[in-house]
Design a protein around this ligand. Structure first.
Ligand code: MF3
Ligand code: CO
Ligand code: CO
Length: 288
């Protein structure tokens, strides 16, 4: 997560706090309380509008990538299409060069037993594969992040089960998002449901605040947890449950430093949306 003294995301070379760090209006005690207590930036209406635009573009772009994911197509070709679409929408791919080692591509493509952060390569998609495509855009300095699953042809019952379970987990988690309820209720909703489907919930990776930066506070665990922070209007974060058919443990590929595979090689699935907390509930920002 970017902190106040890190270099600004815009590349100015200045510290974030001296550059694009958002100012908190003095007449907004809630915003100040959330920043002081939790490091959470509640967004202003102007910021929300910009983030909404970034999220819609990300969702549109992801839809086009998913439509292109067919047997015979490589994930590298999907990355090339993603580069073209980012240019067309005046968007910067948030993943390119992100982290350490620098992430090398404009999308993550996580196949079958890959939990997340799969790197596009030249393996053609095959009948029976399941693929997560995760797209994240910076538009006019603001961030959107969303991912979906695609089935290539007919797939096994086990793969269908992880796809369906991870989507239902996401939708059940979104239902609890309203002012006064707690971040911990997300993990509760997800793990309660995943258990009924005999699936496990990954706890090594979490959802995250987003908007001004790619990964902001707070962390949003998908597993049982005690994060007793109440949702407040203006909070923007992702929910992105990773659901496994077998054990929950993942192993990071030591060769590329990114690809995370299930320890037992069984399939994994993930869906992701960016969510805004409103006065009366929530808005899913990464819908068209
Ligand atoms: N989009 C991912 C997320 O949902 C982050 C990917 S970081 C990368 O948070 F470097 F692997 F691309
Ligand atoms: Co995310
Ligand atoms: Co993502």
């Amino acid at each position: 997560m970017i902190s106040r003294n890190d270099p600004c995301w815009c590349g100015s070379g200045q510290k974030w706090k001296k550059c694009h760090y958002p100012t908190i209006p003095s007449n907004e005690p809630l915003a100040k309380r959330y920043l002081d207590a939790y490091g959470i930036l509640l967004k202003t209406p102007e910021q929300i509008e910009k983030i909404r635009t970034a999220c819609r573009i990300t969702s549109d772009l992801l839809g086009k990538l998913c439509s292109a994911a067919k047997a015979g197509v490589t994930t590298l070709e999907l990355d090339e299409l993603s580069r073209t679409l980012h240019k067309k929408y005046n968007a910067i791919p948030a993943t390119l060069g992100y982290g350490s080692p620098p992430y090398p591509k404009t999308i993550c493509t996580s196949l079958n037993e890959v939990i997340c952060h799969g790197i596009p390569d030249n393996r053609p998609l095959q009948e029976g594969d399941i693929l997560n495509i995760d797209a994240s855009c910076i538009v006019d300095g603001y961030f959107g992040d969303t991912s979906r699953m695609v089935a290539i042809g007919s797939i096994s019952e086990e793969k269908q089960r992880v796809i369906d379970t991870s989507l239902t987990c996401l939708l059940k988690a979104i239902e609890v998002c309203s002012p006064g309820r707690y971040i911990s209720e997300i993990g509760q909703a997800i793990e309660d449901y995943a258990k009924t489907q005999h699936c496990s919930v990954v706890n090594q990776f979490v959802g995250h605040g987003i908007g001004i930066a790619f990964h902001e506070a707070p962390e949003i665990p998908h597993h049982y947890n005690r994060v007793n922070i109440p949702f407040a209007p203006g909070m923007i974060f992702t929910i992105e449950p990773m659901i496994n058919a077998g054990v929950r443990e993942g192993i990071i590929d030591p060769k590329d430093g990114w690809t995370v595979r299930t320890k037992d090689g069984k399939p994994s699935a993930q869906w992701e949306h960016t969510i805004l907390i409103t006065e009366s509930g929530h808005e899913i920002l990464t819908l068209l």
